[in-house]
Design a binder for this molecule. Structure first.
Ligand SMILES: Cc1cc2nc3c(=O)[nH]c(=O)nc-3n(C[C@H](O)[C@H](O)[C@H](O)COP(=O)(O)OP(=O)(O)OC[C@H]3O[C@@H](n4cnc5c(N)ncnc54)[C@H](O)[C@@H]3O)c2cc1C
Ligand SMILES: NC(=O)C1=CN([C@@H]2O[C@H](COP(=O)(O)OP(=O)(O)OC[C@H]3O[C@@H](n4cnc5c(N)ncnc54)[C@H](OP(=O)(O)O)[C@@H]3O)[C@@H](O)[C@H]2O)C=CC1
Length: 476
């Protein structure tokens, strides 16, 4: 049985797959409890290209006669009696339960109407609406959403406030950031690069009051901005200025709070709906602020009244069988925190990739436990892999791509051709433990193998990234 908040074409998230149209999609492995896609051959062991097809939930139920879809949010869970209560007052008993309620934006301010987060279709539409009348916005945060927004938004000034010395700290080091920065200053290519990944479409939700409009839907995913016009009110192309190494000191809604010395921007004498004061001493007026500052797991309705082990980040702790600390309750995707001892080459990131892998593996674990079969941790948790696109470049991240958690003795090899590709390899004791591949490098499969087989690469030295050596042939 699938308990799902919104009345939409298909279910949501890690558990049920997501809203998708028919497109080629490059991602790490695809599988979920209810697979409604055809799966062509894998690009490599952990990277896969596949088609996903949107289907109404009725078709899903026809295909899986044992499945009932309930369109109502879960309000509470009683793990002792093995029952959930939904928003429409009904109770459902379970033998085994998997919580896949995702996350919500961790906003700078919960109640300031000038601070927006982007998570689902509704919030993206609200952003688009506000943007269409905006002359200047401030984007706070240095991760996935900020990277996508600052590149895509046109027709208004964008001030991008980042905590770090370089852009995109959740995905890149300073070298990769340096490679990408010129793309922010250049015009966008006239035709966007062909979209090889999925895009989300949803039907209007909420029939019959089972879900209030304030509740969030499934998280948007790759290419969510394709097909949405992200244009402000001005006749300008992209105009981004980055404020490095600063956080938000204060947000004002009235210009009266400003002292004359704080106004540093060219529109300082203008009146703006909201002002943001940064810790670097600068204050900017703007139409609204985008808080692209991460996610908080949606665990509350499930925690109340139970004794779940909850991780520091608010996620439900799961073991290597996706089991929470409550009997028969599993969790997968953004709502959970992987509390097992990780492979040295894997880390959790709240990504669609991992939500899907966890959903699929949780389903297998539930089935195995129900039939008392043993089950081993899935291979996909051996190696972190993520394929995405930033600033119109294909980006592949493998293993400890940013040297996460490594001793100081690790080495970096970098090959960079301006405007073309950026390749970084992380070696620890001569073994490859991570890589960042930006551009059409064609190296992902070879590097993935080298990371997985932990071959000693010391004899090859810097030739590993020698552009005159066909590395693929070399290690064949
Ligand atoms: C703008 C944006 C762009 C992104 N781009 C990428 C990308 O390019 N690549 C990538 O890998 N990841 C991307 N992500 C992250 C990715 O979308 C999430 O990690 C992933 O969707 C998480 O899946 P999930 O199933 O755990 O949660 P969700 O997709 O959030 O699904 C959770 C579902 O549970 C429902 N729910 C919540 N509470 C309840 C309740 N009490 N009762 C019933 N139902 C409930 C929600 O309505 C929702 O449908 C992006 C995220 C955002 C916001
Ligand atoms: N293409 C892709 O793969 C994409 C993936 N996503 C995913 O969607 C989810 C939401 O994206 P997003 O919101 O960008 O989250 P991310 O976790 O990617 O990034 C959040 C950023 O905000 C910073 N931050 C956190 N708190 C503050 C604060 N108070 N002030 C200033 N900066 C702060 C974080 O810094 P620090 O790390 O130092 O805390 C980090 O740089 C993430 O799970 C992300 O991975 C989103 C878009 C695209």
């Amino acid at each position: 049985m699938l308990l799902y908040k919104h009345e939409t074409e298909c279910g949501g998230g890690a558990f049920a797959g997501t809203y998708v149209d028919c497109r080629k999609y490059i991602h790490s492995t695809w599988a979920c409890l209810f697979t409604f896609c055809s799966c062509p051959p894998q690009m490599s062991r952990t990277l896969e290209e596949f088609d996903v097809e949107e289907q109404p939930s009725s078709i899903l139920q026809e295909k899986f006669p044992n499945l009932s879809v309930i369109h109502s949010a879960v309000r509470s869970l009683d793990t002792k009696s093995h029952r959930v209560q939904t928003a429409d007052g009904r109770y459902f008993g379970y033998n085994k339960l998997c919580i896949c309620s995702g996350g919500r934006p961790k906003l700078l301010s919960q109640d300031n109407p000038h601070v927006l987060g982007i998570r689902d279709t509704d919030s993206a539409q609200e952003f688009q609406k506000r943007l269409s009348n905006a002359r200047r916005i401030v984007v706070v945060g240095n991760g996935g959403i900020a990277l996508e927004l600052v590149y895509e938004v046109e027709g208004c000034d964008v001030i991008w406030a980042v905590k770090d010395k370089s852009i995109g700290n959740t995905f890149f080091d300073a070298g990769a950031a340096q490679f990408l920065i010129p793309s922010l200053e250049a015009d966008k290519p006239a035709a966007a690069a062909p979209c090889k990944r999925l895009r989300y479409t949803t039907e209007e939700h909420s029939r019959g009051g089972s879900s209030a409009s304030t509740e969030s839907g499934s998280a948007l995913g790759p290419d969510w901005h394709q097909g949405i016009i992200l244009k402000g009110s001005e006749q300008v192309t992209r105009r981004v200025s980055v404020e490095y190494q600063c956080e938000v000191e204060n947000i004002f809604t009235s210009k009266d709070h400003l002292t004359s010395s704080q106004g540093t921007h060219r529109h300082e004498n203008e009146s703006w709906p909201v002002y943001i004061q940064l810790t670097n001493g600068k204050t900017f007026g703007c139409d609204f602020i985008v808080s692209a500052t991460g996610v908080v797991p949606n665990s509350e309705p499930f925690i109340n009244g139970n004794t779940f082990a909850v991780a520091e980040d608010g996620g439900l702790c799961v073991d290597d069988h996706m089991l929470t600390s409550e009997p028969d309750v599993y969790a997968a995707g953004d709502v959970c925190t992987a509390c097992w001892e990780h492979s040295p080459l894997w880390q959790q990131m709240r990504l669609w990739t991992q939500a899907r892998q966890m959903g699929w593996y949780a389903g297998r674990c539930m089935a195995a436990h129900a039939s008392t079969q043993p089950i081993e941790l899935d291979f996909c948790f051996e190696l972190f892999s993520h394929v995405t696109r930033f600033f119109n470049y294909k980006v592949v991240l493998l293993g400890k791509f940013n040297g996460q958690g490594l001793e100081r003795d690790h080495e970096l090899l970098v090959r960079c051709t301006k405007g073309h590709e950026y390749v970084k390899v992380i070696l620890s004791r001569g073994r490859m433990v991570g890589a960042v591949l930006i551009g059409e490098t064609d190296l992902e499969e070879t590097f993935e193998n080298l990371i997985l087989n932990q071959m000693d690469l010391t004899p090859y030295g810097e030739d590993l990234l020698n552009p005159n050596i066909d590395i693929e042939d070399y290690f064949d």
